[in-house]
Design a protein around this ligand. Structure first.
Ligand SMILES: [Zn+2]
Length: 172
């Protein structure tokens, strides 16, 4: 989305965001903001209280800590050696609650994107967020379907080369 702010205004806004924002959720917010996306935080009216809500894309983003939300197969997710049962139960409960929330959101027409803490390291954040961006655009397109039944998406048909399109103009 184009940013309505001028570069100067934007720079002034950005200066409020400290580079010390290390919380995973803040990294995602900062990236979205820098790339001109608009969002709301912890909207109570949306089920599951997602971290970030993007109404325009009908998308809820959850930024999950790998330990508390039990990121399967992730090096950051290791159960403590003591009280294993306690932690296992606790993490399982969190996982189940997450899944329930995602399902409720889906039933209400919301798309869910889960971003994991380990995907937001300096080396990975750009790739992660570009994939989030791709998902957002896909979600946007799935909401705003063209009205005409005869519409074909640009990818359905090869785009004509310049020479081909010229000869077609000549035929008609
Ligand atoms: Zn992880």
């Amino acid at each position: 989305m184009p940013d309505p702010l001028t570069p100067e205004q934007r720079h002034r806004c950005m200066s409020h965001i400290r580079s010390r924002n290390t919380k995973p959720e803040l990294k995602v917010r900062q990236w979205l903001w820098q790339h001109g996306y608009h969002y709301r935080l912890n909207v109570g009216s949306v089920p599951g209280k997602p971290d970030i809500v993007m109404r325009r894309y009908r998308t809820a983003i959850f930024v999950n800590g790998c330990f508390w939300h039990g990121h399967d197969g992730c090096p950051k997710f290791r159960l403590p050696q003591t009280n294993v049962d306690f932690w296992q139960t606790k993490i399982n409960r969190n996982r189940e609650r997450d899944q329930r929330n995602y399902q409720i959101l889906n039933k209400n027409g919301w798309q869910v994107i889960v971003v994991w803490e380990c995907q937001l390291t300096p080396a990975l954040i750009e790739q992660t967020m570009r994939l989030v961006e791709l998902r957002l655009n896909q979600n946007f397109l799935s909401i705003y379907k063209p009205k005409s039944k005869n519409y074909t998406t640009p990818s359905d048909e090869p785009l004509p080369m310049a020479a081909e399109s010229e000869s077609k103009y000549g035929d008609s």
